[in-house]
Design a protein around this ligand. Structure first.
Ligand code: DC
Length: 233
C-alpha cells in the first residue's frame, strides 16, 4: 500500500478536536508534509459541484452523487501535490485554493463522505500521496481505514463545549461573531454525521493513542505526541 521508506503519522478526531492545528505543527517540526484529508473531500465536492452546474440544492446534489460511476469520479482529474512544503489540491490542473472552503461546499460534503466510491477515490489519492513523502495525515478514518498499518496512530478528543469555544475563537479571528449555542448545535450535527456514516465512520482505532486535549494547550499536545513518538522514531 504505502512505500516502506515513507512514514505516516495518523491523527484522527472529531471536528474541533485540534487535529489539523496539531498535524500542521507536528509536520513542520518533523519535516513531514501535512496531509489534510478533509481538504481532499472538499476538493472532490467542489469538482462535482462545478461539473453538475449551478442551482443544485444540497438534496438534489445528493441524489445525483448516488448515480455516479467510478469513471465519472476519475474524470474529475483531481490531483494532490506539494508546493513550498504545503499540500495543493488541483482540479483539472488548477489549484482549487479557498474555493473548497465555502459554506456551499461545506453543506454538500456529507453526500460525498457517505458515498463509498468517493471515499475510495480520496483513499487512493492519500495512498498515492504517501508514496512521495513522509506524512502527518489528519481526518476521521486515517488510522482505521486509510493507513491501518501505520504504527504512529493518534486520536484527539475534547469536550463539545471546548471544541465550540475553539471554533468561536477561529470565527472571531476571521471577523465573524457567531453565538456559542449555534456553534455547539453545528458541532453536534457534524459529530452525529461523522460517527454514524455508513462507511468510514469516525472511530478511535484500538491501537491509537487517545489524547483528550480539553485542558491542554497546543504546545502541551505537541509535546505529548513528540514524547510518544520518541519511543518509536
Ligand atoms: O476536516 P474538515 O472539516 O475539512 O472535513 C470536511 C468533511 O470531510 C468532514 O465533515 C467529514 C469529511 N471527512 C471524512 O469523512 N473523512 C476524513 N478522513 C476527513 C474528512
Amino acid at each position: 500500500m504505502n512505500s516502506a521508506s515513507c512514514r505516516i503519522i495518523s491523527i484522527d478526531g472529531p471536528a474541533g478536536s485540534g487535529k489539523s492545528t496539531i498535524a500542521k505543527q507536528l509536520a513542520q517540526k518533523l519535516g513531514f508534509i501535512h496531509a489534510d484529508s478533509g481538504a481532499i473531500y472538499r476538493t472532490l465536492t467542489r469538482a462535482l459541484m462545478d461539473q453538475l452546474g449551478p442551482g443544485q440544492d444540497p438534496e438534489d446534489f445528493g441524489k445525483r452523487i448516488g448515480n455516479l460511476s467510478e469513471s465519472d469520479i476519475q474524470n474529475l482529474k483531481i490531483e494532490i501535490g506539494i508546493e513550498n512544503g504545503i499540500q495543493v489540491n488541483r482540479i483539472n490542473g488548477n489549484d482549487a485554493g479557498e474555493s473548497i472552503r465555502t459554506p456551499e461546499v461545506t453543506s454538500r460534503i456529507k453526500f460525498i463522505a457517505d458515498t463509498m466510491l468517493c471515499r475510495e477515490e480520496v483513499n487512493r489519492l492519500l495512498r498515492q500521496f504517501s508514496l512521495k513523502t513522509d506524512l502527518v495525515a489528519d481526518g476521521r478514518d486515517i488510522g482505521s481505514v486509510v493507513f491501518p498499518e501505520t504504527p504512529y496512530k493518534f486520536f484527539l478528543e475534547a469536550s463539545i463545549e471546548i471544541r465550540a469555544e475553539r471554533r468561536k475563537k477561529d470565527f472571531i479571528k476571521q471577523g465573524n461573531e457567531i453565538p456559542l449555542a449555534e456553534i455547539i448545535k453545528d458541532i453536534q450535527k457534524r459529530d452525529e454525521e461523522d460517527r454514524n456514516r455508513p462507511v468510514g465512520a469516525l472511530i478511535c482505532p484500538k491501537d491509537a493513542i487517545l489524547i483528550d486535549t480539553s485542558t491542554m494547550s497546543t504546545e502541551v499536545v505537541l509535546g505529548c505526541l513528540m514524547s510518544e513518538m520518541q519511543l518509536q522514531f
